[in-house]
Design a protein around this ligand. Structure first.
Ligand code: ATP
Ligand code: ATP
Lengths: 217, 217
């Protein structure tokens, strides 16, 4: 069984605890506020009240034996940095830390955090993109310039077949699958007719996908 | 030019302002704290200090003329709810609101929020999944049970061709593309040989993709 430690039980840390437990892992959940810890007493494998900037406390919890520690302390940047430093010195194998801003991330990387995440910033970018493009439901970034996007078909597209639209030739993008209700048609045929409410799963350069969305829809 | 209002300039709201501006939209950025507003004075189209629970203030800003308002007020659930109610009464076309928890979401939907988002909760789920499966870099949920996942090829897979692995027959999943360095090979041929560090873009039922990741890698 995989074993994890999550320090900081705010919305982000708390969500990680719940999902790891859901996926069958063992989780030690730690926070300095007893109220927060109480919320997780019946959820986490262990729920502990502790201030993780105290090195003796970290050692007494046997934290070095866990394969991965997640530091989800938010606004208190100094505590986040100090906790990360301590975990590194104790010899924890892998450390994922939530950063408040770019300065915070720079420091965390220099002191050895393995993975730095920006949940609010990254979701903000995702939501902003979702808002700007009415038809794009969600996307997965493959690289700085390429993505897989979920595009909801509108009335303009409905009734056309993939070969009619000649998407690959005109826009340089590929429809790799179509989500229709509960079904997913992978590698659809050229004669597949698009229906209203189909969700097209498209791969290509971002600029080309957006151009398709503006011109063909 | 698309015009948006973002209320609440924390990490999430601030990120939305920056990304919308980056994408060429006009943005009115509002917060009750002058310090926060100052940060955006040179970024947003307009940066305004205001308490949005004051209906006369909202009206004087001409907010009803904007196509989409984003409410990114965090910890103060009552202000988030009151602001949303006011925006609805003023007749704003579309309202996206950040929720703190499920109770907050229920209330927001009842009072007419068009879109409710949980940035920390959803990123927590994504990070937890990323942590549990070493090889899965990122994913896009197509439905409750199907996803597109980015799987990093390890030494076990390297050297095998797609036909060797017989993935579709054995696991019921499809490799729709391979990311190799800066290149993306869409709809790879059956004789394509996987190289170390390739990122396989896979579509299928989550359970089948995880089974492939456990058994073939
Ligand atoms: N030194 C510490 N030791 C243990 N827990 C801590 C420490 N410092 C802060 N925390 C806890 O970290 C949790 C998350 O911090 P905070 O609420 O400031 O972050 P946040 O980024 O706003 O959270 P989120 O966005 O995840 O809801 C809090 O519950 C807090 O009690
Ligand atoms: N009534 C209000 N009118 C305008 N702005 C408000 C109001 N109430 C709160 N805000 C602002 O909303 C912003 C975001 O709120 P807060 O920092 O509590 O949320 P948060 O969820 O922790 O933020 P994030 O996670 O996005 O960093 C704050 O800058 C705050 O000043």
């Amino acid at each position: 069984k995989k074993e994890f430690v999550v320090i900081g039980l705010g919305r982000f840390g708390g969500s990680i605890v719940r999902e790891l437990i859901e996926q069958g892992a063992d989780v030690m959940a730690i926070d300095k506020f007893a109220d927060r810890v109480d919320e997780f007493a019946s959820i986490a494998t262990q729920a502990i009240v502790a201030d993780t900037t105290d090195e003796s406390v970290l050692k007494s919890l046997g934290i070095r034996n866990f394969e991965h520690v997640i530091v989800a302390i938010g606004e208190d940047i100094q505590s986040s940095i100090l906790t990360t430093l301590m975990l590194k010195e104790i010899g924890v194998n892998k450390i994922t830390v939530k950063a408040q801003n770019d300065y915070h991330e720079k420091v965390l990387r220099k002191i050895g955090a393995d993975q730095v995440v920006h949940p609010e910033r990254d979701m903000g970018i995702r939501i902003a993109n979702n808002i700007m493009t009415n038809n794009v439901l969600d996307y997965l970034e493959l690289s700085d310039e390429h993505s897989i996007m979920e595009i909801k078909a509108n009335e303009i597209l409905a009734g056309s077949t993939l070969i009619d639209l000649d998407i690959r030739a005109k826009y340089g993008i590929n429809i790799v699958a179509i989500k229709r209700g509960a079904d997913i048609l992978v590698s659809p045929q050229a004669d597949e007719e698009i229906q209203i409410n189909d969700v097209l799963i498209v791969i290509g350069a971002d600029a080309d996908i957006i151009r398709f969305e503006k011109k063909a829809m």
